[in-house]
Design a protein around this ligand. Structure first.
Ligand SMILES: NC(=O)c1ccc[n+]([C@@H]2O[C@H](COP(=O)([O-])OP(=O)(O)OC[C@H]3O[C@@H](n4cnc5c(N)ncnc54)[C@H](O)[C@@H]3O)[C@@H](O)[C@H]2O)c1
Length: 394
């Protein structure tokens, strides 16, 4: 298939592009490189060094014999999106290209507005491009489990049957997102579902859990193919951060009581889930939702698992929670649709954590201690950050 991977220079987009390319698909990647600009803005960097996209693609061709076409531009530029579709002619589009950090979206008004414009406008442009070029193109869109929030009932896979005053309907599951970033994903979901209804588009919304891990079957083939590894207070994901903290002898920083429970998955399962979605497209006009995670853990449980897997002493410290979220709550979410399609999950074993700790250990001299502390506070309308560059959102 001809597959366009949007956000193909990012943490997940790059390894997914490699995985699909290795599987024999014709892959094109689109990116504006804005993620690299956020690094400059925040004064942080991926723990594992990453090459330029041009170099990555050159090395991939040398290693695998497969070419990946690169399109540099911004999805909020409708003309660029249109030209890219005309040149590449995709049969499926995998859309990772959004500002994906909840703390970044909560820094202040500018960053909230930037996040929602970038994400919602980019996705709208994409919906128009698909509808105008070829409505049979399958859109595989990355959403997040964070769209649902933490209701006191089971979370279903996108839709819930409701009986109200004697009448029954299947309706979109209620959303209670926890940041302006998560809200942007909810807005996207509504726009995509609407596009399916009015134009007969076919779309899969992947409500993904928090991804951990850094190595995949393709990225390990050459150091130039490595994907990023973020551990800082704004872009770092929690398990990655705990592994960095354990290796450098910093206490593992649990926000609040640590009962916050989230769906999680291994980066290798992200690749498999996206591939399964692409290979099994929905019907014309169908908007479907898959909950893309394999296990759920509380933040405290994750800290304890890292402490147990690490060979040395590890202290767990509780910080005041900078976010507004329930610190203890019920959490049970359905996630059977990808398993039904054949997903065989990699579960979070001590050996997985030891693998992550080994990645961190190889790059421990690059750890910036000052980047780890939480700096963005949900209760304030503006958090002052010691940024180095000009604001991307400015
Ligand atoms: N990483 C996770 O744990 C996780 C969990 C759930 C959902 N997701 C979703 O998966 C997707 C990818 O996440 P990631 O961790 O790889 O993020 P990332 O920031 O590493 O990658 C996103 C890429 O998209 C590009 N991009 C952003 N806006 C763009 C625009 N307007 N035009 C062109 N390119 C643009 C960035 O430059 C970057 O390379 C995001 O949509 C994110 O919300 C990620």
């Amino acid at each position: 298939m001809r597959i366009l991977v949007l956000g193909g220079d990012g943490y997940l987009g790059w390894p997914v592009a490699l995985h699909l390319s290795r599987a024999g698909h014709d892959v094109g990647v689109v990116d504006s490189f804005v993620r690299r600009q956020y690094d400059h803005e925040m004064g942080v960097d991926s723990l594992v060094p990453i090459c330029s996209l041009r170099q990555r693609v050159r090395t991939w061709e040398a290693v695998s014999g497969h070419q990946i076409e690169v399109f540099t531009g911004d999805l909020t530029d409708a003309e660029f999106v249109d030209q890219t579709f005309a040149r590449f002619g995709p049969e499926a589009v995998v859309h990772f290209a959004e500002q994906r950090s909840a703390p970044y979206s909560m820094i202040d008004r500018k960053h909230a507005v930037y996040t929602q414009v970038n994400n919602v406008v980019g996705t709208l442009n994409l919906l128009y491009a698909i509808a105008e070029h070829d409505p049979s193109i399958h859109l595989v869109k990355l959403g997040t489990m964070g769209e649902y929030g933490t209701p006191n009932i089971d979370i279903e896979e996108g839709f819930i049957e409701i009986t109200h005053k004697g009448r029954t309907d299947v309706l979109p599951y209620p959303k209670q997102p926890g940041s302006f970033y998560h809200l942007s994903k909810v807005h996207d979901s509504h726009n995509i579902q609407f596009g399916c209804r009015i134009w007969g588009l076919r779309a899969t919304d992947l409500n993904q859990g928090i991804v951990y891990g850094q190595e995949t079957g393709e990225t390990v083939l050459h150091p130039d193919l490595a994907t990023r590894f973020d551990y800082d207070g704004v872009f770092g994901t929690v398990l990655n951060r705990f592994c960095v903290q354990a290796v450098v002898g910093h206490p593992l920083t649990v926000y609040g009581k640590g009962g916050q429970t989230r769906g999680m998955l291994d980066i290798r399962d992200t690749l498999a889930c996206v591939e399964l979605a692409v290979l099994n497209p929905p019907a014309e006009g169908e908007y479907r939702v898959f909950n893309q995670f394999t296990e759920s853990f509380s933040v405290q449980q994750m800290a304890e698992m890292v402490a147990e897997a690490f060979p040395g002493a590890v202290r767990i410290e509780h910080l005041e929670d900078p976010r507004v979220e329930k610190e203890e709550h019920y959490y049970r979410a359905a996630h059977t649709k990808l398993l039904d399609l054949g997903l065989v999950p990699h579960l979070l074993e001590p050996s997985t954590i030891r693998g992550l700790l080994a990645v961190v250990d190889r790059h421990r001299d690059r750890v910036d201690f000052s980047a780890i502390e939480p700096t963005v506070h949900w209760r304030r309308t503006a958090s002052r950050l010691a940024t180095t560059g000009g604001l991307v959102a400015g």
